[in-house]
Design a protein around this ligand. Structure first.
Ligand code: 5RP
Length: 262
């Protein structure tokens, strides 16, 4: 990677590297999607190549699968794995209860299926993703292409009765065309500003015909690994109520930094 890493990239990297240490021989591990998860995949690839770590990974998107294979991780499907020891993934926002908004990278459906099929979900994120109340980040909702505009109207009407600040839904684009997920669906990004009752909203959205899944991850994350630009890492465990702090040293001459991700 040319040039120095930004503080945000350093924060993402240290969170990913700390979480990679939790992967043990023989595990089946869900591999998330996004720039923080890409660091994780590279760290794990290095551990496979240099330390002989033996585990199998279930990617949550085609791009994570490609990167995982490229760095030497054995990739299997969720149906082959059936159940996972842990999933490690990024997030767009997290709150004090470790509830999340995910799907900024458009992979929320596979991410939610894989995380739900895991004994443990570990989220890796830079400290800037922490919020008091979810909702500043637009909430991604995966919808099927058939009648998506009708689904959008139904969503906006449903939001009238919800405790949210805004209710505009926008179709995610990829240049001049609608963004297409790995499952061939579209994404509507809901500009809510503030979500008063995320648990209720997550359930209500999924009742609307045409909605496949929404990006609210409620009671799914067990451990949150927060990285800071100065190398500090904080690990919060919601089940034990413990918080651990660490500092990781890293060198930008490391092989990992020669290989940029997404
Ligand atoms: C992809 C996701 C990502 O985990 C989320 O968007 C965070 O991405 P990044 O690590 O690049 O900030 O949910 O669907």
């Amino acid at each position: 990677m040319s040039g120095e890493l930004s503080p945000i990239d350093k924060a993402k990297f240290v969170a990913a590297r700390r979480a990679a240490e939790l992967v043990e021989d023989g595990m089946r591990v869900g591999l998330g999607t996004g720039s923080t998860a890409a660091w994780l995949v590279r760290c794990l690839g290095e551990m496979v190549r240099e330390d002989g770590l033996k585990f199998r990974g279930v990617p949550t998107s085609a791009r994570t699968a490609e990167l995982a294979r490229e760095v030497g991780i054995e990739v299997i499907s969720l149906d082959e794995a059936r159940w996972l020891d842990l999933t490690i993934d990024g997030a767009d926002e997290f709150d004090a209860e470790l509830n999340l908004i995910k799907g900024g990278g458009g992979a929320l459906l596979q991410e939610k299926i894989v995380a739900t099929a895991s004994d443990q979900m570990i989220v890796i994120a830079d400290a800037a993703k922490e919020v008091d109340t979810l909702g500043a980040f637009p909430l991604p909702v995966e919808v099927i292409p058939f009648g998506w505009q009708t689904t959008q109207v139904l969503i906006e009407e449903t939001l009238v009765a919800m405790d949210v600040m805004g209710r505009k839904a926008g179709l995610r684009m990829n240049g001049t065309r609608p963004f297409i997920t790995d499952e061939g669906n579209h994404i509507l990004d809901l500009h809510l500003g503030r979500i008063g009752n995320a648990r209720q909203l997550a359930m209500v959205l999924n009742q609307i015909p045409g909605v496949v899944e929404n990006g609210l991850f409620i009671d799914i994350c067990d451990v949150l690994v927060i990285g800071h630009g100065d190398g500090r890492v904080e690990m919060r465990d919601i089940n034990t109520g413990t918080v651990q702090e660490d500092r990781l040293d890293f060198f930008e001459s490391d092989n990992l930094f020669r290989d940029p991700g997404d």
